[in-house]
Design a binder for this molecule. Structure first.
Ligand SMILES: C[S@@+](CC[C@H](N)C(=O)[O-])C[C@H]1O[C@@H](n2cnc3c(N)ncnc32)[C@H](O)[C@@H]1O
Length: 381
């Protein structure tokens, strides 16, 4: 009854736009990793949502839910997952408290807030990388001295965050362990490498170490100096060809926009090291394109350069994902950031698990259809 009244206050405050915020606290059972939930109202383009910040023991997760769905979730949590709920509105504050026997009492008092907060979608607040705290972003030209994102750094910052979100949710689907070693092959200027280290160590509280491998010595010196400067002790960069790198252990292999067959070399290293996760965003697809002699009806459209280029991309990355599956990985292929940011936006993620038995047969068929003699990754494996 008291809980129902509390939910009515919540519904009314959202309808009347007097809602300020809601917090759920005091977990109902000991040992739960979800400690608190904070909810705020956000108006997105299409609809209004309640944006939940879920505070786990070692990390925060932000999830948006349409209003009715969010209220249904809160209703399920009340008196079960959480024993305290506080609703702040500009009219009144309401506090719902459950005792050990799960009997609820509702208290209402004068409002502690007289103004509802802005409900504009504030992407920055939801991002996993905090630009103010992430001191490495300034030397990389993404933020100013004050930690504010520069106009010229906005695209890159969005890309970094999208990438971290993907890796974050990937980790939840497998086993990374508490002290993982990650290798970033073709780490370039290290934007993504630094952000990943920051997230794993500072947000997820893992004892992670990351090795970036990069051909260009200047970039490697820049990254090693910066890592020291910002106190990222277990982040190291090596100036070498990824072909020569012989790792003892890899828990996650990453290769983002490594050129043509460098992606294959990286994937092969990951598979051989039995890396739990492999994440690649391939770049150009020359090795397959040069060989392609289509044997199917598609031949008539592949005379157009752009069609041939896209087909080469599809075949190259399709075979990569099948080879990963043939080696016991579960794969996903998707666009990880809109083409507005970079045209190289296909990502393949692979998680160790059950592979696919017929993958090699499928590859043979594709090779026949496209007149391909070999895929470079096959040779490496
Ligand atoms: C396009 S950049 C991408 C940098 C970074 N991964 C990113 O996405 O921001 C590709 C980098 O891979 C490096 N690279 C290419 N082939 C390599 C190889 N065989 N060994 C080591 N580094 C390589 C290049 O020098 C370049 O800095």
């Amino acid at each position: 009854m008291e809980a129902e009244t509390f939910l009515q206050h919540l519904r009314a405050s959202l309808a009347e736009q007097s809602f300020v915020k809601l917090t759920l606290s005091k977990p109902g059972q000991k040992g739960r990793s979800l400690k608190n939930v904070f909810a705020r109202l956000v108006h997105l383009k299409e609809e209004s949502v309640l944006s939940f910040t879920l505070r786990y023991t070692s990390r925060d997760e932000v999830k948006n839910h349409p209003i009715e769905e969010a209220i249904a979730m809160i209703s399920l949590w009340l008196g079960d997952e959480f024993l305290n709920a506080d609703l702040f509105t500009t009219v009144q504050d309401h506090s719902l408290q459950f005792n050990k026997k799960r009997k609820a009492r509702l208290f209402s008092k004068k409002p502690s807030h007289t103004q509802a907060p802005s409900t504009a979608h504030d992407k920055q607040k939801q991002r996993l990388i905090d630009p103010i705290r992430a001191k490495y972003l300034h030397p990389m030209g993404i933020t100013g001295k004050d930690g504010q994102i520069l106009k010229t750094g906005q695209k890159k910052f969005r890309q970094i965050n999208k990438y971290i979100e993907i890796i974050d949710s990937l980790i939840d689907q497998g086993e990374l362990g508490a002290s993982p070693h990650l290798v970033d092959m073709g780490s370039g200027k290290g934007y993504l490498t630094f952000a990943l280290y920051d997230h794993l160590v500072n947000n997820r509280k893992l004892e992670a170490s990351i090795t970036g491998i990069e051909l260009r010595p200047k970039l490697v010196s820049f990254c090693n100096e910066l890592a020291q400067e910002v106190g990222f002790d277990r982040l190291k960069f090596l100036a070498m060809n990824i072909e020569e790198y012989q790792p003892e252990k890899i828990d996650m292999l990453i290769a983002l926009h490594a050129c043509d067959i460098a992606t294959d070399i990286a994937i092969a290293k990951g598979i051989k090291a039995q890396s739990s996760f492999i994440v690649v965003a391939p770049c150009c697809h020359k090795q397959i394109r040069k060989q392609m002699q289509c044997q199917t009806a598609l031949q008539s459209v592949l005379k157009h350069g752009i069609m041939e280029e896209r087909q080469a991309e599809l075949v190259t990355d399709g075979i990569r994902s099948l080879l990963l599956e043939a080696n016991g990985y579960k794969t996903k292929v998707f666009e990880f950031i809109s083409t507005e940011h970079t045209p190289k936006n296909v990502m393949i993620t692979a998680t160790q698990g059950t592979g696919r038995e017929d993958a090699l047969e499928q590859i043979d068929q594709i090779k026949k259809d496209f007149g391909i003699e070999y895929h470079y990754l096959e040779k490496l494996l």
